[in-house]
Design a protein around this ligand. Structure first.
Ligand code: NI
Length: 169
């Protein structure tokens, strides 16, 4: 079901989200919430969405994108649907990269954000299975952007130069 996406200025976007409890894994309620996030992300053409963006302050993000569908980025590859629950991220190395980010909670805006290039990640899937790994580049960036939603950070709060916040056209 399509849900309303909260926009910057709504106080709950700045609140930290609660961990999802073991008892919630694989429940109809959790799976329905995931479907709503998938539907909403697809409708608005995002590459990721976090539960607090639809007013649910729980530690749940969806990432899904396919290069063929996305013209605003080049060389991002494909990320089949990734559901990350209670994610933890750790920067690896000291390399940072700057990239032009957008967010469904700031429609029409883009801004340059510097983030660690490579990260280690840990998360649970909807069935409660633990996953861990490392990634770099675009996926690492999207993970960090979505993780920030779970701790109440929107990307302009990460910008080194707020004068680079701009409308797309
Ligand atoms: Ni966002």
């Amino acid at each position: 079901m399509l849900r309303q996406v909260l926009k910057m200025g709504v106080p709950s976007l700045l609140q930290p989200s609660q961990k999802i409890l073991a008892a919630e894994f694989n429940t109809p309620e959790l799976l329905a919430l995931i479907e709503d996030l998938v539907d909403t992300q697809k409708h608005y053409g995002g590459v990721g969405i976090a539960a607090p963006q639809i007013g649910i302050n729980k530690q749940l993000v969806i990432i899904e994108y396919y290069q063929a569908d996305i013209s605003r980025y080049n060389d991002i590859g494909d990320c089949p649907r990734l559901v990350m629950i209670n994610p933890q991220l750790t920067p690896l190395g000291t390399d940072n990269t700057t990239y032009n980010e957008g967010c469904l909670s700031l429609p029409g805006l883009r801004g340059e954000v510097s983030r660690p290039e490579k990260i280690a990640y840990q998360y649970y899937d909807p069935q409660g299975v633990f996953h861990s790994g490392e990634t770099a580049g675009f996926l690492a960036r999207v993970m960090q952007h979505e993780y920030d939603h779970l701790v109440g950070i929107l990307y302009p709060m990460r910008m080194n130069d707020i004068s680079k916040l701009a409308f797309i056209n």
